[in-house]
Design a protein around this ligand. Structure first.
Ligand code: FES
Ligand SMILES: [Fe+2]
Length: 355
């Protein structure tokens, strides 16, 4: 295909990693009404059964395919809004109004997905009808004494890969977010060590000075040693871990949920134990963080639109594009069912870069 003749529509690939956990919504969002969410392009409906347990069904009534989320919850059953068929949390049909026979039959079942509710989030296993052997990711330090937890639900018009790469991409911070975090004018050489594991990849940055932006100045006015790790865990977790000086430990986690090829949500959880008390820090850092994410949202939308216009991704890279290619590789291997068996370090690489 010529670069001059873009096809009418196409997008970034969406890696269909189904046998994995993704966050559908916060626990607090799921109350008496059914909640509709789309993950990996599949519409789901969530509801609570009579015991209060969260349940997830594919959002399609087996009768005439009206979305079940158009219905209501009654006595812990999800009742379709068209003819009133009622489904339990496993998707079995428990009532067909006006029908005198046995309502439950395998052809009248809705597909169900396993759910785990933990740390205030509802996670859905995206292979239908499967009892998973794995567990969802646990956000670290949520219950550790001295740590403050900040949650934000974010979204951007981009693929999962684009969102994860952006969140872990160091070179753009001085440029797109110049002055807020790192500075374009002051650059220092650092060493990055990449370690690839079976289902995650990690970059450790060695010799990084305290960032010059106002956020880092607040945290550690006197400078201090910086320890910095960036990590990506399959299928969709990003993690940035900072220690700045002796007194500041900050972990930014983002559980990404691919809604579609061009729409990804991120459930961000920041856990921090800092020199400056959290009540003082939060009103200052939160608007900065949201402003930074707003800049990322703009650039990610533009990236998606350009890829759509040209019909495909066509990326050039240097070795300081540290994690994006490794993330893509993990996603590809996982989709193809080709992840290695052992969790030993697969490869290590040293890279020098200026930040
Ligand atoms: S379409 Fe759902 S009950 Fe008929
Ligand atoms: Fe950014």
């Amino acid at each position: 295909m010529s670069a001059n003749t873009p096809p009418p529509s196409a997008a970034s690939p969406m890696y269909r990693l189904h046998p994995y956990w993704y966050i559908a919504c916060r626990s607090s969002e799921l109350r008496a009404e059914p909640v509709a969410r789309t993950i990996l392009g599949i519409p789901l409906v969530l509801f609570r059964d009579e015991t209060g347990s969260a349940k997830a069904l594919v959002d399609r009534c087996p009768h005439r395919n009206v979305p079940l989320s158009f219905g209501k919850v009654s006595d812990g059953k999800l009742v379709c809004g068209y003819h009133g068929w009622a489904f339990d949390g496993e998707g079995a049909c428990r009532d067909v109004p006006g029908f005198t026979g046995e309502p439950n039959h395998r052809t009248r079942c809705a597909s169900s997905h396993a759910i785990v509710e933990q740390q205030g989030y509802i996670w859905v296993f995206m292979s239908a009808g499967v009892t998973p052997e794995s567990k969802p990711f646990e956000f670290p330090h949520m219950d550790t004494k001295g740590y403050t937890v900040v949650r934000r639900d974010l979204e951007a018009e981009c693929s999962l890969h684009a969102m994860a790469e952006n969140a872990l991409d160091v070179p753009h911070t001085a440029f797109l977010h110049g002055g807020l975090f790192r500075s374009e004018s002051v650059r220092n050489p650092i060493q990055a060590v990449i370690q690839r594991f079976r289902d995650h990849v990690e970059a450790e940055y060695i010799g990084e000075p305290r960032p010059t932006g106002i956020a880092a100045r607040l945290l550690s006015p006197s400078g201090g040693v910086v320890t910095h790790f960036d990590r990506f865990f399959l299928p969709s977790i990003i993690q940035v871990e900072y220690r700045i000086g002796d007194e500041n430990h900050i972990v930014l986690n983002g559980a990404c949920t691919p809604v579609s090829e061009t729409h990804t949500r991120m459930f961000a959880v920041v856990t921090a134990n800092t020199r400056v008390p959290a009540w003082l820090l939060k009103p200052i850092l939160l608007p900065i963080g949201l402003h930074i994410f707003g800049q990322d949202q703009v650039v990610l939308r533009l990236q998606t639109q350009t890829i759509q216009t040209f019909g495909e991704e066509d990326f050039a890279s240097t070795e300081i594009d540290l994690l994006g290619r490794h993330i893509q590789r993990l996603l590809r291997l996982a989709e193809a069912g080709q992840l290695p068996d052992s969790d030993e370090v697969v490869a290590t690489r040293d890279i020098t870069m200026m930040v």
